[in-house]
Design a binder for this molecule. Structure first.
Ligand SMILES: C=C(O[C@H]1C=CC=C(C(=O)O)[C@@H]1O)C(=O)O
Ligand SMILES: [Mg+2]
Length: 452
């Protein structure tokens, strides 16, 4: 295949669609692909006027995806139907291996509870049009859902979507947001009460770890463009995952998170325990000292251990082998550093992504331990709806699936930016220091939005 500029590849795909009327495939997703020389994907996405818009860049930076429109959109607004989800997971794994059909989306933090409008408790879609960069190769992909409509109708919709594509425009320089008010839920007084309760011996005996979190609501004169904000965030923390979902012009959820839930390539699984936090030093020497103190600190190691132990025990029944002997390391971000331990497993062949999501999410890095009582406490005490904050976001395909944990994230709405941060609360947690940890976790996004 010769590599075409995007505009030429779009016409070429449109021509191929016109000649497709007698295609033999009658059900499932039919995928047409052109190799292409890609524009910067975030700039391209910002210029598009079709919704939904999605963006994904994995932490390893092997691949980057921007998608618009949808040919299949599975929404679970009122309740997550486990049967339907399971069916859908099994369908996607049995698709022919020649097509790399991906479902992008997410599952809310606690899918038993009401979630945000448009996002729902879970939502996965196959974009109508995808631009994918895999290593140095660029692809323009069009997806047709032959199970939803006859081929001719899918072809017309796809050609309309191709015709409506806009050329990429350079992103404008970020404008500092004019914040009118800031409200924290819970506020510091309530936070202190909650931390005190969770660390009390009585509570702690049954539920030794709860990850408490806070919603910071910024009332703004003008909501910034999510893709411009995400592009800046990506520049500050390039070794994190970056993703965004904008199902309609009104609402978008963006995240620049360091935390991997899992990556599955056929039966090989990589996951991790990322928990325990300190700040970055101003000099290299101070930075290393802080890292060493973090590794030596009892509360922080314990905080990380809850996550690792839980993941291992959840993975064991699903795996032929679990490799959990990697050393505890440091994961450095722009303003903070975390304790980090990689865990790998060879999955049993019949294990689906549905089972993996159920088993691994939410980990004690965002929920707590034991899971059930920590989730119960969060639901009845935090005072706001987490929605997709700390949810599992990513993509599924038959051969490869990857999910990140949606922390370090923001929900942008008309006139309002909601920021989220949580901290693992356990014996040894101090309300003031944990509150400061929340501030440290917001430092990067705050510096992009507000500070100079
Ligand atoms: C829940 C969050 O962070 C988790 C991940 C890394 C470190 C954490 C901690 O040290 O408390 C948290 O468990 C968040 O950033 O909102
Ligand atoms: Mg912590």
């Amino acid at each position: 295949m010769s590599v075409l500029p995007l505009s030429k590849a779009v016409s070429s795909l449109s021509d191929r669609l016109s000649q497709l009327f007698d295609h033999s495939q009658t059900a499932g997703i039919l995928q047409l692909v052109e190799e292409v020389s890609l524009p910067p994907l975030m700039s391209w996405l910002a210029a598009q006027q079709q919704f939904p818009k999605i963006y994904w860049q994995g932490r390893d930076r092997y691949e980057e995806v921007a998608g618009v429109g949808s040919c299949l959109d599975l929404q679970f607004a009122e309740a997550v139907d486990d049967e339907k989800l399971l069916q859908f997971y099994q369908q996607q794994r049995s698709l022919p291996r020649t097509a790399d059909v991906r479902f992008y989306g997410g599952v809310a933090f606690d899918r038993r509870l009401e979630s945000w409008p448009e996002f729902g408790r879970a939502r996965f879609l196959v974009p109508r049009i995808e631009l994918r960069r895999c290593e140095d190769k660029g692809l323009l992909i069009v997806n047709l859902n032959l199970s939803a409509q006859p081929l001719s109708e899918q072809i017309s919709s796809a050609q309309e979507a191709l015709a409506a594509l806009q050329a990429a425009q350079p992103l404008p320089p970020p404008i500092k947001t004019d914040v009118q008010t800031r409200v924290d839920i819970p506020d510091f007084a309530r936070w202190s009460e909650l931390v005190t309760e969770v660390t009390s011996p009585n509570f702690n005996r049954d539920t030794p770890k709860v990850v408490l979190s806070r919603q910071t609501k910024l009332q703004v004169a003008q909501t910034p463009d999510p893709w411009t904000v995400l592009a800046c965030w990506q520049g500050r923390n390039p070794t994190s995952f970056q993703f965004g979902f904008q199902f309609s012009p009104e609402r978008s959820f963006i995240s620049c998170t360091p935390e991997r839930l899992y990556r599955r390539q056929l039966n090989e699984l990589v996951t991790e325990a990322l928990a325990g936090t300190t700040v970055r030093g101003l000099t290299e020497e101070e930075d290393e000292q802080l890292a060493q103190q973090l590794l030596d600190d009892h509360k922080n190691s314990h905080e990380n251990q809850f996550v690792g132990t839980h993941i291992e025990s959840e993975l064991r029944p699903l795996s032929a082998q679990v490799f959990a002997d990697e050393p505890l390391k440091i994961f450095k971000l722009n303003h903070i550093q975390h304790l980090h331990r990689v865990i790998k497993a060879r999955l049993r062949t019949e294990v689906s992504d549905f089972q993996l999501l159920q088993a691994l999410h939410p980990t004690p890095a965002v929920g707590g331990f034991p899971k059930a009582s920590a989730l119960q406490y969060i639901a009845s005490h935090e005072g706001y709806t987490r929605g997709w904050y700390a949810g599992a976001c990513g993509f599924l395909s038959s051969q490869l699936s990857e999910f990140a944990v949606a922390i370090r994230s923001a929900l942008l709405e008309p006139g309002c930016i909601n920021l989220y941060a949580g901290a693992g609360i356990l014996t040894g947690s101090d309300p003031v220091l944990e509150w400061q940890e929340l501030e440290n976790k917001l430092a990067t996004i705050m510096s992009i939005l507000v500070d100079f």
